[in-house]
Design a protein around this ligand. Sequence first.
Ligand SMILES: NC(=O)c1ccc[n+]([C@@H]2O[C@H](COP(=O)([O-])OP(=O)(O)OC[C@H]3O[C@@H](n4cnc5c(N)ncnc54)[C@H](OP(=O)(O)O)[C@@H]3O)[C@@H](O)[C@H]2O)c1
Length: 370
Amino acid sequence: MKLTPAEQRERDRGHMVRCLELAARHRGRTSPNPIVGCVIVDRRGEVIAEGAHVGPGKDHAERAALKKLDDQAKGSTLYVNLEPCNHHGRTPPCAPFVRASGVARVVIGAMDPIPGHSGGAALLKKAKIAVTTGVLREACERANLPFFTWARHQRPAFTLKAAVTLDGKIATVAGDAKWITGPAAREDVMRLRNGHDAVLVGVGTVLADDPRLTARLRGGRDPIRIVLDRELRTPTTAALLPGARGPRTIIVAAETASSAREAALVAKGAEVWRGLDLPALAQRLGGLGLTSVLVEGGGEVHASFLEARLADQLVLYIAPKIVGGPAKSWVGGVGLAALVDAYGLVFDEETAFIGGDLRVTLSVPGRDSR
Ligand SMILES: NC(=O)c1ccc[n+]([C@@H]2O[C@H](COP(=O)([O-])OP(=O)(O)OC[C@H]3O[C@@H](n4cnc5c(N)ncnc54)[C@H](OP(=O)(O)O)[C@@H]3O)[C@@H](O)[C@H]2O)c1
C-alpha cells in the first residue's frame, strides 16, 4: 500500500526514534565514537533487522544490522541516526557497505560533523540510492552531544548535575546535604554516571561528603573520577581513591602543591595532573578520547564551568523542599550584577518526575552548531 507523504514522514520519524533507543543502550561505552542505532525495514514496512554500535573497533550500527541479512536487504529502507561514515578508521567505511547491500533508500538523522568522515550520504546518492536527511535532526544531534562537542572542539561535553531544593540550595545552612532528593532520583544519578566517561567534583565536595562517584547499578561501569583540588587537600582516606584496583582517579592540582601530598595520594592509586586551568583540562581530557564528563558540583565548581563557558548541558533534580537562608546554592562564585549577562539556557523536552522529584534537562543554545 502506497503511503501518503505525511504518513511516510510519520513512519520515518517512528523508525528514527527506534534508532535512538538502540543507540542509547550503549551511551558511555562508545567514546570517542558516537552512539548509533540502525533499523532496516522491508518494502512492506516490516522491520527485518536492527543493529547498534557497541564500542570502538566494533561494527558500526549499519554493518551490525546488515550482517543479519543476506539478500533480504535488497529494496529495503535503512534508517540510521548518524550519516554512514565514508572513512577508513578502526573499521572499514560503512557507506560502500550500505551501497553494496542493495538497499533502495537510506534515511539519516544527523550529518557527520567530522569533515574527513562525512560524504557517506553523497556517495549513496551517487549510486542512485534515495537518501533522506535531517529526520529528527535536533534529537539526533542532542543524543550525540558528546560526540559532536568532541569532534568540533576536541574536548568532552560537560553536563552540570545537581540535586537542589526548590530554592536552589544544595545543602542546608548547617551543611546537611544528605539527602535532598529521594531514592529514585539518586538511582537515576547512577544511570547518568554510567552513561558518562568521567565524573568531576571540587575538593569542597570531597571534604564535605566523601563520595565514591561510582555507578552502583547492575551492569554499571564506573566512570573515571576527577577532583579539582589545587592544594591537594583530598584526604588519603577519601572513598574515591582507587586503592589497588578501583576506577581511575585524577586529581587536578596547582604547580605549587606539595610533592609530599602528591606522593601520599599517588600511593593510594591517584594520578596527579598539575597546572591546568579548565580549558587546558578540557583539551587534555579530549586528547584521551573522553567525550562526556558529568560535573557533580559543588557550587564553586559549577560556577567555574559556567564562567569558562564550558557548560554544555544541565541536569537538575529538584526536590519539593525549601530550606531558605544563606545556604549554598548549586551555583556559587561572585555572581552577576546585570540580568542581561545571565547565562541563558533552554529547557529540553525531557522533563520528568523521578519518584517525588522533578528532573529538568537544559542545554546551552547554539552549543552544538558553533
Ligand atoms: N546537592 C548536590 O547535588 C551536591 C553536589 C555536590 C556537592 N554538594 C554540596 O556542596 C558543598 C560543596 O560545594 P562547594 O561549592 O563548597 O565546593 P566544591 O565546588 O565542591 O569545591 C570547591 C573547591 O574546589 C577547588 N577548585 C579547584 N579548582 C577549581 C575551579 N576551577 N573552580 C572551582 N573550584 C575549584 C577549590 O579549592 P582549592 O582552591 O583548594 O583547590 C574550591 O574551594 C557541600 O556542602 C556538598 O554537600 C551538593
